[in-house]
Design a protein around this ligand. Sequence first.
Ligand code: GDP
Length: 302
Amino acid sequence: RLQRLRARLLKSNNVFGKSLLALLSRDRIDEDVWDEVEETLLMADLGTEPTMELVDRLRDRVKVEGTQDPEQVRSLLREELLAMVDPSMDRRLEASRKGDRPAITMVVGVNGVGKTTTVGKLARVLVAEDRKVVLGAADTFRAAAAEQLATWGARVGVDTVRSDKDGADPASVAYEAVAEGIRQEADVVLVDTAGRLQNKANLMDELGKIKRVIEKQGEVDEVLLVLDATTGQNGLTQAKVFAEVVDVTGIVLTKLDGTAKGGIVVAIQRQLGVPVKLVGLGEGADDLAPFSAEGFVDALLA
Ligand code: GDP
C-alpha cells in the first residue's frame, strides 16, 4: 500500500522534481540556470522567501564545493529541500487515551477542502490500528455533511454522533460525541466541524464555543487544519485565519494527487510553524498517508 501511495505521490509531483534535476544536470550551471530553478520552485508554490533562501544556499554550496557533477548537485539539492521540509518536526497524531478519556481531535477547515472525507479516512486508519473511534458530526450547517460522515462511520464500523435537526447547535453535538466516546471507552473522538469562512467573527465564535464545550469533559488534544493543496496561496490565507482562531496542532494537506504544487508544504509549515501530519492522495478510503519529510523529498526527486 505504501508503495502504491508513493507511486501516486511521485506521479503527481515529479514534474517539479524532474525539471529541477534536469536544470541542475546541464553542462554549465550558470545564473540562467539558477533563475530557472527559482522559477520552478515558485511555480510549485514553495513561496518567495523559502525559494530565495533555498536557491541562495544551493548556489553557495555548489560554488564552495566547486562541483558541476549532477549526482553531487542532486544530493545537495536533496539536503536543502529536506532542511526546508524540516524532518525534525513531530508529526505524530494524538491517538491514545488520555487517562480515563479518549484523545479528542477537532478537524477544521473551509468547506470543500476534504474535511469530512479526511475524518472518514482517518477513522479507517485508526480502526485498522485496533483503536476504538467515535465520530462527531458538528458540521450541523449542512445536513448533507452529517449524512456523509455517518456513511463513512458505517463503512468503517464506528458510531457517528449527530443531530436529527438541521442547524442544531454544533457545540452540543461535539459535547455529545465526546460523552459517547467516554461511554464507549474509545481511544479517539474525531469531531468534524463546519467551515464557513465568509465571516471570521462567526467562525471564531463557533469553533471557540465547540472547543469550550468539549473542554467541560477534557482538553482538545489535537486540532487538525485541513487544506486543499490545489488552492495554492489561497490555502495559505485560509490557514492564517484558522490559526488565529484555534491552536492548530497539525495540517492535513488534501488533493496532493491533483497538483504539482507540493511546495505548498514548505510554505504552510513556515507560515504557521505547525507540521503537515497527513496528506490526502485521492478520494478513496485508503488515500490518506502520514507525511514524511524524507519520503516527500525522495518522491519529488525520484
Ligand atoms: P468538506 O466540505 O471539507 O467536508 O469536503 P469533503 O470531504 O466533502 O470533500 C470534498 C471533495 O473533495 C469530495 O469530492 C472528496 O471526494 C474530495 N477529496 C477529499 N480529499 C481528497 C484527496 O485527497 N484527493 C482528491 N482527489 N479528492 C479529495
